[in-house]
Structures are given as structure tokens and as C-alpha cells.
Design a protein around this ligand. Structure first.
Ligand SMILES: Nc1ncnc2c1ncn2[C@@H]1O[C@H](COP(=O)(O)OP(=O)(O)OP(=O)(O)O)[C@@H](O)[C@H]1O
Ligand SMILES: [Mg+2]
Length: 239
């Protein structure tokens, strides 16, 4: 089983309620539509997902991989964190091992998610560019980055680039209300507004604040939200 599939009662809500399918992803409509078309046709280019944290980048690539590989996720989908894996040599070694075998599925390629690709040095990105070319017959790379401007132009030009927008307050509220309902939590309007305010378009922050605010009880008020989030109330800003 893929590590991402393992959950228990301690799994944070952000993981527990991560959308499993592209159709469950909130917002990013045009991006999701194009990604769904890739999945349906089983034809996927290298991709660059750019945008602020908590907007659905990792969620979308995981959902694509799940839809494509089903029970073969473990063999066909590799996640590497560019900034964790000290040095491109380790990344390269892992990619080499992973890309050596072809998947035994009806999908003729594997997917590698390289998270935080914008933290790679220029040299590392040059090496990555060669690696992408070397394995492109049976591997597709999905790079995720907060800043696409930090990705070398020759890499960008090999990728379909998708820009993930900060989620709207309405989208944030839908995410939060969905989780609240499943956890048996109620929140009043002021609390919901406060979560949207502190989240600033970041779905991860919104769910984390909801989970934090629920520690004291299942009926959440604005003050419970403000205690767990470090930002001041809107009215206080001008004071
Ligand atoms: N568009 C969305 N629709 C529904 N839930 C979302 C969305 N975006 C984020 N979330 C929630 O926030 C969590 C984190 O999202 P995700 O891992 O996709 O962020 P990311 O864009 O990859 O951020 P980072 O840049 O920090 O890697 C998800 O598990 C999910 O619970
Ligand atoms: Mg991510």
C-alpha cells in the first residue's frame, strides 16, 4: 500500500479529507478540467504546478495518480521532495531506480512528483533537465513550486504549466463546512468568516485552524478560531 493511503485516528484532518478524485477538488476549475482530460486519455505531459501553499497542487497530482494506477499506485507513483533530499545526486539515484522498470499496467508511464522544485539550485535543475529527457519514454515528471519564476526556462518549456490560484473565501468555506459536517462540528457565521479570513486562500491552513479550534468542543465560535490563529481580527487591524 502506498504510504499516502495509510490513515488512522491520528491522521491530521488535512490528510484525512484530502480530495481523492479530481472531481472533488475545490476551485482551480480550468486546471482540473485539463488534468481530467489527460487522465481520461492516459496521455500526460511533464507538468509544472505553480502556486501558493495549500491550493491543491499535491492533491491534484495524487488524485491523477490514483485514477490512473488504482491498486498499482505504489509501483507507479514516486514522490520526492527536492528540498529534503539533500542534493540532486540522491534524487537522481532514486529516479533511476524507479524509472528502470516499466509499469505492468495499461498506462505506459510512471509519474514522479518532485515537490518544492523551486528550491533546487541552477546546477541541480540542469541535471534534472537531463534526467527528465533520459527517462521521458516511460516517466512523466510533475514539478511543484510556489514560484514558477525560479524554475529554469528550458524545464518550463518541457512542461505544461498550471497556475494554482489562492482559493476564494467561498471555496474555503465549502472545504471547511464539508470537514465540519463529517466531524460533527458546528460553527457559527462569524467563526466561518474568521477561518476564511485567516486562511488567505490556503485550504490547508483553513482545515488546520478548524481542527485546532475544535479541541475545546464541537460548537465553534469566532474566539475559538482567533485563539488558534495568530492573526488579528479584521477590525483590529486599523486600530
Ligand atoms: N483545491 C482544494 N480543494 C480541496 N481541498 C484542498 C484544496 N487545496 C488544498 N486543500 C486541502 O489542503 C490540503 C493541502 O493541499 P495540497 O497538499 O494540495 O497543497 P499544495 O498546493 O500542494 O501546497 P504546498 O505548496 O504547500 O505543497 C489538502 O490535503 C486538502 O485537505
Ligand atoms: Mg504540495
Amino acid at each position: 500500500m502506498h504510504p499516502r493511503e495509510l490513515m488512522n485516528e491520528f491522521t491530521p484532518w488535512v490528510e484525512k479529507y484530502r480530495p481523492k478524485k479530481l472531481s472533488e477538488v475545490m476551485g482551480q476549475t480550468e486546471t482540473v478540467r485539463r488534468l481530467q482530460a489527460y487522465v481520461d486519455s492516459k496521455a500526460i505531459p511533464h507538468m509544472l504546478f505553480a502556486g501558493k501553499p495549500g491550493t491543491g497542487k499535491t492533491t491534484c497530482v495524487l488524485a491523477m495518480a490514483r485514477e490512473l494506477y488504482a491498486d498499482n499506485l505504489q509501483e507507479c507513483f514516486l514522490e520526492l521532495n527536492a528540498s529534503d533530499e539533500r542534493g540532486i545526486d540522491i534524487v537522481r539515484g532514486k529516479i533511476k531506480d524507479f524509472a528502470r522498470t516499466l509499469p505492468l499496467t495499461n498506462v505506459p508511464f510512471k509519474i514522479i512528483l518532485l515537490d518544492e522544485a523551486d528550491s533546487l539550485t541552477t546546477d541541480a535543475q540542469q541535471a534534472l533537465r537531463r534526467t527528465m529527457e533520459k527517462y521521458s519514454s516511460n516517466t512523466r515528471f510533475c514539478l511543484s513550486a510556489n514560484y514558477s519564476s525560479k524554475i529554469l526556462e528550458p524545464i518550463q518549456s518541457r512542461c505544461a504549466v498550471f497556475r494554482f490560484r489562492p482559493l476564494s473565501d467561498d471555496e474555503i468555506l465549502q472545504i471547511v463546512k464539508n470537514v465540519a459536517e463529517k466531524e460533527g462540528i458546528t460553527l457559527d457565521d462569524a467563526a466561518a468568516k474568521a477561518i476564511a479570513y485567516v486562511a488567505e486562500g490556503d485550504g490547508r491552513t483553513a482545515i488546520n485552524v478548524l481542527q485546532g479550534a475544535s479541541i475545546g468542543g464541537k460548537a465553534i465560535k469566532e474566539k475559538d478560531v482567533l485563539v488558534v490563529s495568530s492573526r488579528a481580527r479584521p477590525q483590529e487591524i486599523g486600530e
